[in-house]
Design a protein around this ligand. Structure first.
Ligand code: URA
Length: 182
């Protein structure tokens, strides 16, 4: 781990540190086929210390396995904000900008050739999109030396039902063509 990243588990840069149980740093191999980035930990993740271990994570990795052909173990998984916002509210602009340097450091050490951002908050923070996810999902963008794409957040698919799942599946099929095989 980079020196600064070693300090992430005890970060107190914003007020989310007062209400969180655990900093959810991220998990997965270095040099993964895919880096998956969500918004912020929810209740399960705050308790368990790992990203996407609840219901939306189960749907997400089922879709990634079926459409991209990658297992969770082949992905590095994290969030743009590393601590749970109270009652799962959307992170504030300040929380996002305070936490963003941690993700930049993770990009440097994880070195993924392909990045998938989930939902509006992650898509805006990672790719700088101004438009909403309805207009930006499925677009391939250059990111550092690699490439990236945004799709809907799996929580939106759980709320929105089969039509959102079908859009996610179609996006993930595009992503599959970008996977770099060793
Ligand atoms: N939603 C997210 O955006 N991230 C998680 O880790 C869990 C739910």
């Amino acid at each position: 781990m980079a020196r600064d990243l070693a300090e992430l588990p005890t970060c107190t840069r914003c007020a989310l540190s007062l209400t969180r149980q655990r900093v959810v740093v991220g998990s997965g191999p270095m040099g993964p086929a895919l880096m998956v980035i969500g918004e912020a930990p929810g209740r399960d993740e705050d308790e368990g210390g790992e990203p996407f271990i609840g219901r939306s994570g189960r749907l997400l990795f089922q879709l990634i396995a079926e459409e991209v052909g990658l297992s969770r173990q082949e992905c590095f998984v994290t969030n743009v904000v590393k601590c749970r916002p109270p009652a799962n509210r959307t992170p504030t602009r300040d929380e996002l900008s305070t936490c963003r340097p941690w993700l930049s450091e993770q990009f440097q050490v994880v070195r993924a050739p392909l990045v998938l951002a989930l939902g509006n908050t992650a898509a805006r923070s990672v790719f700088g999109f101004e438009k909403g996810i309805g207009q930006t999902h499925g677009q391939i963008v250059q990111l550092g030396g690699g490439r990236g794409m945004a799709t809907y957040h799996p929580a939106a698919a759980l709320r929105g039902g089969p039509s959102v799942v079908e859009v996610m599946r179609a996006d993930l099929r595009i992503l599959k063509n970008l996977v770099v095989t060793p």
